[in-house]
Design a protein around this ligand. Structure first.
Ligand code: PMP
Length: 423
């Protein structure tokens, strides 16, 4: 697979960093799962628009009109990118975490929520006001579907229910059987929200094709900057819910009654949950990244990423001390996210050495998925414990892992340097 990293260039390709061993080296950003570098194209689009930006839905001036149009166009672009149905809403939020918290606030009364223990905390924790059933980590995609089916069959019938599931794990990179889980949810009268924070940057996500009710993702993992995310999907629960934030923009009309109370009529469209001045730069950046990914073509992007995955996984497999973490088996389909431990090494020390001696940026820890990483490390998902403890403190057993992650714009040299450095 030829090196197509230049097809969709990212920022920071020429950044050099000092090494403790002397000299400097170009930085190898291999922590895309935390935040991917922004695309050059996104930067250019934002730079072209920046002199013209103005308030959205809050001004009569030309630039304000232009910005309003740009913001609403961005919404349409995202709807197209996600294959939204005509009746869906696209709400701009701050991030995946924000999107899922918004949905949690929009649950109908008595809603039961089903999540696997393997979820990122952003999918695991927002449902505090609902009855939550936390499902065991499955060991095959089929087991995931069977586990969900059993849990849904056992639930109190009749009431509303929501399944929240990740499309690609931020720890193992493994793909989850979203279409089958959606079919299982719907067969039992439940709805499903897809956490696509790690899936959307690596694979096409089509809500109609997958038949999911909502999808959430973050701009900063989809090659756009921080501060903007998306919740897209069914309008009915969103329309019926109290606004996520109360304030200007969410309200159609506000009056003071003769009894001295404040009466509000809220919008019924996405603006209901977008109170405050909208982040037009963020929305424009996300739309720009969506267009760039679509125009480059998913086939090209996926083929290139699979080549990088093979280079890393085959390289690591040749190092006897390395154990790659997986739920579904080493050969399970995954995106460019790979976590591992190295016998005899603290993950924190190894990650620090990769940075200081090789200019490679990876992440170590429990990756905001504590129960999953504990399960994968052979520990108990129910035992609390922090990140970063050295292996010696646990009798040589790793308490955390290292994660390497990559995607569009990653050159071969970065992953080759990484494998050599670990070796
Ligand atoms: N879900 C998954 C699977 C993630 O990987 C992340 C980020 N690591 C999130 C949700 C939360 O994203 P954000 O921090 O942008 O809200």
């Amino acid at each position: 697979c030829r090196d197509t990293s230049g097809l969709l260039p990212v920022l920071g390709r020429d950044v050099t960093v000092p090494l403790v061993t002397g000299g400097e080296v170009t930085y190898a950003a291999l922590d895309y799962a935390a935040s991917a570098p922004a695309l050059q194209r996104v930067w250019d689009d934002v730079a072209a628009y920046a002199p013209y930006y103005g308030s959205v839905h809050r001004g009569a001036g030309y630039l304000s009109q232009l910005s309003t149009e740009l913001f609403e166009n961005a919404r349409r672009t995202v709807a197209g990118f996600l294959g939204c149905r005509a009746e869906d809403q696209v709400v701009f939020t701050r991030s995946t975490t924000d999107s899922l918290n918004l949905l949690a606030r929009a649950l109908p009364a008595g809603c039961q929520v089903f999540v696997f223990e393997t979820e990122h905390h952003a999918s695991l924790l927002p449902w505090r006001d609902a009855r939550v059933t936390c499902l065991d980590a499955p060991r095959t995609p089929r087991q995931a579907v069977e586990t969900l089916e059993r849990a849904l069959a056992d639930r109190d019938c009749g009431g509303p229910a929501l399944v929240c599931v990740t499309g690609a794990s931020n720890v193992t990179g493994e793909l989850w059987p979203v279409r089958q889980l959606a079919a299982a949810a719907h067969a039992h009268g439940a709805r499903i929200v897809l956490d696509a924070a790690q899936l959307a940057p690596h694979h096409p996500v089509d809500v109609t094709d997958l038949d999911v009710d909502w999808v959430a993702f973050s701009g900063h993992k989809l090659y756009a900057p921080f501060g903007c995310g998306v919740l897209a999907g069914r309008a009915d629960w969103l329309r019926a819910a109290e606004p996520y934030l109360a304030g200007g923009g969410a309200s159609r009309s506000v009056t003071r009654s003769s009894e001295g109370t404040v009466d509000v009529e809220w919008h019924e469209n996405a603006a209901r949950h977008e109170a405050g001045s909208p982040n037009v730069i963020g929305a424009h950046s996300i739309a720009s990244a969506c267009k760039a990914l679509t125009e480059t073509g998913w086939d090209t992007l996926v083929a290139r990423e699979q080549h990088l995955i093979r280079t890393v996984s085959e390289g690591l497999a040749q190092i006897p001390e390395v154990r790659i973490l997986s739920l579904f088996g080493d050969d399970a389909p995954r995106v460019g996210v790979i976590s591992f431990v190295v016998a005899g090494w603290s993950s924190a020390h190894l990650a620090a050495a990769l940075s200081a001696e090789y200019g490679i940026g990876v992440r170590d820890g429990l990756f905001c998925a504590h129960p999953l990483v504990r399960t994968l490390l052979g520990g108990d998902p129910q035992t609390p414990g922090g990140c970063g403890a050295p292996a010696a403190a646990s009798g040589g057993k790793s308490l955390n892992a290292i994660r390497v992650s990559f995607g569009a714009g990653t050159p071969d040299e970065h992953v080759v340097r990484f494998v050599d450095a670990v070796r």
